[in-house]
Design a protein around this ligand. Structure first.
Ligand SMILES: NC(=O)c1ccc[n+]([C@@H]2O[C@H](COP(=O)([O-])OP(=O)(O)OC[C@H]3O[C@@H](n4cnc5c(N)ncnc54)[C@H](O)[C@@H]3O)[C@@H](O)[C@H]2O)c1
Ligand SMILES: O=C(O)[C@H](O)COP(=O)(O)O
Length: 468
């Protein structure tokens, strides 16, 4: 493929095509945009795209209904053993008592991930007479309430659901989040549907849950490895119904993503601002804006979600001399990409924010002093500056801190008291996680504080739980 495509300016792919660093290198810098005709862009090497100055755009809404309909189809066919019964009759058997199913009406469905697909599944399930609850730490509570769905905690969703349908993106936080611990909290006999990403389920843990009867049935459209090996024990399990990543495979959805991605690619090729056109003086602030937003959205996890964000730029430049469109696009990117499968770039940032009901208001603080430096600081809920060309976090809420935003950070709110720093250090040390710096921002002695630790390695979820 690499020889043919080296004469192209744009590439459009589905989830099945891996756009690797080698593909970008084979273009010799000619490739200007990669279009992902779908939602998830986990098949595109984004750091290679950035290094090669290539925009990546996707079509995040055109297959939503198709995916939701597929989830409902799998839910209903699993509950009534359609796939297993079909195979049985085709094999010349007539086993009516073997395939007695369960009803959906008045049963509780937990929708995990209340975004475009999850909320559509919830609407469909309510029309089928199901009681629907949702778990999504970043979705505004009123989004679920608006359609009569109760937002609940992860544990409450697991313990009260008869059916669980997964609709969150595959991120470091959601990878294998349905593991032995999660299955142990579920109601015995629960039924699970996954049309999100295979990686959110720990396959071995699912197998143990199926064999122990905790999980009565599973219906899977997505897999950790696609196509899964023929002898994959989960795929071959008699209690499992499987389809080959068909969530978006309707004529209507494929036409929809085709039109949307063509428009996005043309828009990108004509785009006002391309990544490579970034004014070099703003470059360090681009990274700062995105990192502050990624941090801010995680700080509100479990709250009512992010609906409106106020951004304050402190600068000695007059407003007319400082174009913040790019900074706002990067803030949108940080706020949405951290919790979603949508890929945000300069071309789609405004549209994506509006589509998710995210309001970003900007204000300026005009500083005295030399306009040499384009910006003194950017404040979201967190505040940061650029020091020696690197993004720095300087405030979390009302707490002053001073930490580099390079690499991974752990932030802990606490009442500052002796031994806490040592305890956090030893929990991380037990996991061979190297702490490259630690700082505590506090208002006064023995008052509320924020401890910020920079770490070289990603600590385990268990370690973070212990620190919490
Ligand atoms: N099987 C298919 O063919 C198919 C089709 C469409 C979408 N998908 C996949 O389904 C997933 C959802 O798609 P979408 O368009 O609804 O995306 P979306 O971004 O609209 O929704 C994802 C939701 O997950 C939530 N989320 C993030 N982290 C979470 C966590 N830890 N716990 C609970 N919720 C969390 C986000 O807040 C967001 O609301 C994506 O992974 C997408 O790739 C698959
Ligand atoms: O992420 C998506 O949009 C879905 O998984 C569909 O992927 P596809 O483009 O391979 O159908």
């Amino acid at each position: 493929m690499c020889t043919k495509i080296s004469h192209c300016d744009a590439l459009i792919v589905s989830s099945g095509t891996k756009v690797t660093r080698e593909v970008f290198e084979s273009f010799g810098g000619r490739l200007k945009v990669v279009g992902r005709a779908g939602v998830e862009i986990d098949n595109v090497d984004l750091s290679a795209a950035t290094e090669h100055g290539c925009l990546v755009v996707n079509a995040p809404t055109a297959n939503t209904v198709a995916a939701a309909e597929h989830a409902i189809a799998l839910l209903a066919s699993m509950a009534r053993n359609i796939a297993q019964a079909d195979a049985s009759v085709k094999a010349g058997k007539w086993q009516r008592s073997k395939y007695v199913g369960v009803s959906l009406v008045r049963k509780t469905l937990a929708v995990m991930g209340f975004g475009m697909v999850g909320s559509e599944v919830a609407r469909c399930a309510k029309r089928l007479g199901m009681n629907v609850i949702a778990h999504d730490p970043y979705a505004p509570v009123d989004r679920a309430r608006a359609i009569g769905v109760e937002s609940v905690s992860f544990e409450d969703a697991l313990s009260s659901a008869d059916f669980i349908s997964l609709h969150m993106p595959l991120t470091p936080a959601t990878s294998k989040m349905f593991n032995d611990d999660a299955f142990s909290k579920m109601k015995k006999g629960v039924r699970i549907v996954n049309v999100a990403r295979g990686g959110v389920i720990d396959d071995e843990a699912l197998l143990r849950a199926l064999d122990s009867g905790i999980v009565a049935q599973a219906a899977l459209d997505v897999f950790t490895e696609e196509a899964p090996p023929k002898d994959n024990v989960v795929v071959q399990h008699e209690k499992v119904t499987v389809t080959p990543h068909l969530g978006a495979s309707t004529k209507e959805a494929q036409e929809g993503v085709a039109v949307k991605i063509a428009e996005a690619v043309v828009g990108a090729l004509k785009g006002e601002l391309a990544a490579s056109a970034v004014l070099s003086e703003l470059s360090p602030f681009i990274a700062l804006a995105e990192k502050l937003a990624r941090l801010a959205v995680q700080l509100v996890a479990g709250g009512s979600g992010v609906k409106s964000v106020r951004v304050t730029y402190a600068s000695a430049r007059s407003p007319d001399d400082l174009d913040t469109r790019l900074l706002q696009a990067m803030i949108t990117k940080g706020l949405i990409e951290t919790i979603s499968s949508v890929f945000v770039n300069l071309v789609n940032a405004n549209f994506t924010a509006k589509e998710r009901g995210l309001r970003i208001t900007e204000e300026r603080v005009l500083l005295d002093g030399s306009p040499e430096n384009p910006l003194e600081s950017i404040k979201i809920t967190v505040e940061g500056r650029v020091k020696d060309g690197k993004p720095h976090l300087t405030k979390v809420g009302s707490f002053g801190v001073n930490v580099s935003l390079e690499g991974s950070l752990i932030l802990c709110r606490q009442v500052y008291q002796p031994h806490l720093i040592g305890k956090v250090g030893s929990i991380l040390g037990d996991e061979n996680v190297n702490v490259n710096f630690m700082s505590v921002g506090r208002i006064a002695t023995l008052e509320q504080a924020v401890m910020t630790s920079g770490v070289d390695e990603e600590p385990s979820k268990e370690a973070l739980k212990k620190i919490g």
